[in-house]
Ligand binder design. Structure first.
Ligand code: GLN
Length: 238
C-alpha cells in the first residue's frame, strides 16, 4: 500500500513571501518521487489544526502580516511545542522563523510575540539585509536569498542551522544562519529554500517518514537540474 505523508503550510495567505509556498510544492514532488502519496494542507487562522500533519512549513512575510497571524500563532504555541517534542519536522522561513523565537521587536518599536520554540530574539534594524546567501550546513552548501530588517540573536545554548559563508544570515555579525532545535528548522533563506537545496528537502522527508513509518528508503533521484541551479546560485555575487 502506498505510504502517505501530510504536509501542512501555516498561513499561506499572509506568510508567503518570495515564493516560500514553493517549499510545499517542492517537498510534495520530492516525496512523491520517493514513493509517497502526499496530502497538502493549507492552514489559516481559526481553522482546526491538522494534528496529523507529518511536516509543517511556514514562510516569510511583512511585519504587518506577522502582526495579523500572531494571535492565532500564540494560541497554537503549546500544541506546536508538544508536536516538536514528539519529533514532528518543521521548517520556518524568515517571518515565521522570527516568530518561532521569543519575540520580534520591529524597527517601529512594536513587539510581536513569538512562541519561544527557538531560544532567540529578533530586533528590527535600521537597514535591510538583502542578497544571495551561501551557508554551510554540516558540509552541505545551502543557497538562498535573504531580505529582512530583523536581526536575530541566538541564546548561548541555541544551535544555529548553518554557518554563513556569504551574506548576512541571522544578524550579519556572528556568522550564524537560522536555528535548529530537534527536528525544527528555522532559516532566513528564501529562494525558495527546498528546490534549491534538495538535501534539506530529503532530510525533512526522512524525519517525517521515520516518525510515521519507522524507516525511510530513499529512491535515487536525478538531481541534475537542481545541481545546475545550485551551481549558478553559488557563482552569483552577493
Ligand atoms: N518582516 C520581517 C523582517 O523584515 C520578515 C521579512 C521576511 O519574512 N522576508 O525582518
Amino acid at each position: 500500500m502506498t505510504k502517505r505523508l501530510a504536509v501542512a503550510m501555516l498561513y499561506p495567505q499572509e506568510m508567503n513571501i518570495y515564493g516560500d509556498r514553493g517549499n510545499l510544492e517542492s517537498l510534495t514532488r520530492r516525496a512523491e518521487r520517493h514513493g509517497f502519496a502526499v496530502d497538502q494542507i493549507f492552514y489559516e487562522p481559526g481553522q482546526p489544526f491538522p494534528r496529523h500533519a507529518d511536516v509543517i512549513l511556514g514562510g516569510g512575510g511583512q511585519d504587518s502580516g506577522q502582526s495579523r497571524v500572531v494571535d492565532d500563532l500564540t494560541a497554537l504555541g503549546p500544541l506546536l511545542k508538544e508536536l516538536a517534542d514528539d519529533g514532528l519536522p518543521m521548517l520556518m522561513i524568515c517571518g515565521l522563523y522570527q516568530l518561532f523565537g521569543h519575540h520580534f521587536r520591529t524597527s517601529q518599536g512594536d513587539v510581536i510575540a513569538g512562541i519561544g520554540l527557538f531560544d532567540a530574539v529578533t530586533v528590527g534594524g535600521s537597514r535591510r539585509l538583502v542578497g544571495n546567501v551561501v551557508a554551510d550546513w554540516d558540509g552541505y552548501r545551502l543557497v538562498g536569498y535573504e531580505n529582512h530588517s530583523g536581526l536575530t540573536e541566538l541564546a548561548g545554548g541555541q544551535a544555529p542551522l548553518a554557518r554563513v559563508v556569504r551574506g548576512a544570515g541571522n544578524n550579519g555579525r556572528d556568522k550564524t544562519e537560522g536555528a535548529r532545535t530537534g527536528n525544527v528548522f528555522g532559516s532566513y533563506l528564501h529562494g525558495p529554500i527546498l528546490p534549491k537545496n534538495p538535501r534539506l528537502a530529503d532530510e525533512l522527508i526522512r524525519l517525517a517518514a521515520v516518525r510515521r513509518y519507522g524507516s525511510f528508503a530513499p529512491l535515487p533521484l536525478d538531481d541534475s537540474l537542481a545541481d545546475r541551479a545550485r551551481a549558478v546560485a553559488l557563482s552569483r555575487p552577493r
